[in-house]
Design a protein around this ligand. Sequence first.
Ligand SMILES: C[S@@+](CC[C@H](N)C(=O)[O-])C[C@H]1O[C@@H](n2cnc3c(N)ncnc32)[C@H](O)[C@@H]1O
Length: 289
Amino acid sequence: LSPLAFCISAGKVNPPSPEEAARFLNSLDDFLHRSAAITTITTEPELSDFYHPETFTEILRAKLFFEERESQGDLGSAHWFVKACLLHILHGNRPYALSRRSHGIIPIPPKGPVVYKSLMASLRDKVHRTNLQSLSQCFTPGVAHLASAMAAPLETGSVDAIITSPPFLGTTEFLRQNRVRLWFSGWSYAQQAEKKATGSFLEYHKTLEIYSDVLTEFRRVIRPTGLLVLHLGVVKKLDMGRTIESVAPNHGFEPIRLLYEDTTSLESHGRTDRGATHQHQFLFLRPIN
Ligand SMILES: C[S@@+](CC[C@H](N)C(=O)[O-])C[C@H]1O[C@@H](n2cnc3c(N)ncnc32)[C@H](O)[C@@H]1O
């Protein structure tokens, strides 16, 4: 649904060869060296705090590079893959990151010295670390679609399996947590706020009622012999799995099993609080024919 999710998915399901990635990096490098004036980019006040001014200029130029290509269409597989790599290094708390010290997932306000990081050097390293040359021989490329799960551009009865991890009710605000990467992907903060208000993102719903629409669409696209697996959570006082399991037959699915993940022996990595999610669970459903 978001241009960020689309880019990452498209890069993963259809990665380029190492040679294609290298050619693409060279064309981005050429573009960054051309001294085009940057007049068409809107930025957000908090962003300049994340970067050394020269690094930020390179990021703005790179944003323009991807936007120009996307407006022309006809994008090869290297486009989304390299862009996804750049989105990854946009912020973090390790040396790979172009930002001052922040966090790899959430763009928490940055701290520490303002140091120039070369976009091309960091991006080339990142692409190198993905080990494109070691892609398995049996890898089958796929297709990503930019669409809501409630309006999939897929034919009726065409899907073997839907395996999905929808937002856990009332926990993570994915738009806010991805705001810097979404900005780079083309959604200004104002546009992100508008999207939040549309209700198309499940994480902004206060109840599970919207799952009627989700299950109806899943039932439309799935094959009669298909399988639906939902990764859900027990949040606050609500067991998402049990709630969705109970309404599934109204939307043409019968429950096979609801499994709870045993987390008793999980590493805590120093955390004492598991947040609003008490337990993870997997709901298996099949179409009623
Ligand atoms: C728990 S995350 C899934 C993470 C993903 N499986 C991964 O491994 O990175 C749920 C995601 O669903 C997205 N989402 C919410 N409503 C959606 C919709 N109607 N269609 C598609 N995605 C949606 C959220 O914005 C969020 O990014």
